[in-house]
Write a protein that binds this ligand. Structure first.
Ligand code: NAG
Ligand code: NAG
Ligand code: NAG
Ligand code: NAG
Length: 295
């Protein structure tokens, strides 16, 4: 009688066992990108200052949320403290799109800002543009030996600018993010821009054509002054915070949170103690299953 209900029992038990063995509430990667302090994708993980910055979509990967939208996180280098993001609505050598400004909140700007080697190529600037006149000095003297003409000439997306003017190509300017933070595109009087990273792991732009540049934005971040995160990690915990108060917390296995470090020894002992219990349960499961098979 009702054998199907009984049959489900071992599977329910197994599911419960599996759940109890996933200790940390914090995912450590998303879309192949490592997630570590100060970042976190689950609420309560990482530094409280960065709460809600990252989101994880199982199919499309990890995204950085800023007031101007969501940017795909391509990689994070924790040693160099930099993140590479890609804005699908930006222009590249092969795609021309209307400018989409990167807007960072004040807190974000204090912790994370486009790296020095992130170059903004302002395109199709009018002759009245400040970067053609008074603020010409904001343009980089040298972008790895590359010129605007080269960009207009070798990128299919930018060839259109050449055609709209009879004699010379419209002005352009290689500059840095700060120019765009303090002057918007209207003031700059350029209609488009593209961003690329000048040196990816020491690889400069010299000798590399615009088609092969690394389009995207490099962001350098600082790790907020930690309150004992290193100590927490050493004890096997994950740095996080209390979702109500925002106070730094050390998240230990078994859903235990402390303000200091995980009880190192106690935890290890506890883990060992829990293991035989699990083993006995698993053995019971096997027995149950073999029992079912015999009927
Ligand atoms: C510990 O912190 C995590 C993340 O903030 C939270 O999900 C969990 O419920 C907390 N556990 C306890 C026992 O407070
Ligand atoms: C994840 O991304 C896919 C495709 O990019 C989208 O359709 C889906 O709605 C997203 N899911 C969430 C939870 O945002
Ligand atoms: C380039 O700029 C001019 C104004 O300076 C504008 O009229 C033209 O539409 C722009 N070209 C493109 C392709 O947007
Ligand atoms: C381009 O040249 C043609 C004739 O050579 C002229 O009629 C036209 O006004 C010029 N256009 C611009 C934008 O200079």
């Amino acid at each position: 009688m009702a054998p199907s209900g009984l049959l489900a029992l071992p599977f329910l038990l197994a599911a419960a066992l599996l759940r109890s063995s996933t200790a940390s509430p914090c995912r450590t990667s998303c879309g192949g990108v490592q997630v570590d302090y100060p970042f976190g994708i689950d609420d309560g993980c990482g530094a409280p200052q960065l709460r809600g910055w990252l989101s994880c979509n199982d199919t499309s990967g990890m995204f950085l949320q800023t007031p101007s939208g969501a940017y795909k996180v391509e990689s994070v280098d924790y040693q160099k403290q930099r993140m590479m993001v890609y804005d699908p609505s930006m222009s590249t050598c092969s795609v021309l799109q209307p400018p989409h400004d990167l807007i960072l909140s004040d807190v974000q700007y204090a912790i994370m800002l486009p790296s020095e080697d992130t170059v903004y190529a302002l395109l199709n600037c009018s002759m009245d543009s400040p970067v053609v006149n008074r603020y010409r000095y904001l343009c980089l003297a040298d972008a790895g030996g590359h010129t605007c003409d080269e960009l207009y000439g070798s990128c299919s997306a930018f060839r259109i600018f050449h055609m709209s003017s009879n004699t010379t190509a419209p002005a352009c300017c290689f500059t840095r993010y700060t120019t765009l933070r303090f002057m918007n595109m209207n003031m700059l009087d350029c209609t488009h821009y593209a961003t690329f990273v000048g040196s990816d792991q020491g690889r400069g732009l010299r000798g590399i054509g615009p088609l092969d540049w690394n389009y995207g934005i490099g962001l350098s971040f600082t790790v907020p002054p930690e309150s004992g995160c290193r100590r927490c990690k050493r004890s096997g915990g994950t740095c996080g915070f209390d979702t109500d108060s925002g106070a730094n917390m050390c998240l230990c296995s078994g859903n235990v949170n402390t303000t200091g470090e995980c009880a190192g020894r106690g935890l290890a002992d506890g883990g060992e103690r829990a293991a035989p219990g699990r083993r006995i349960l698993l053995m019971a499961l096997c027995l149950l299953l073999s029992f079912y098979q015999t009927i």
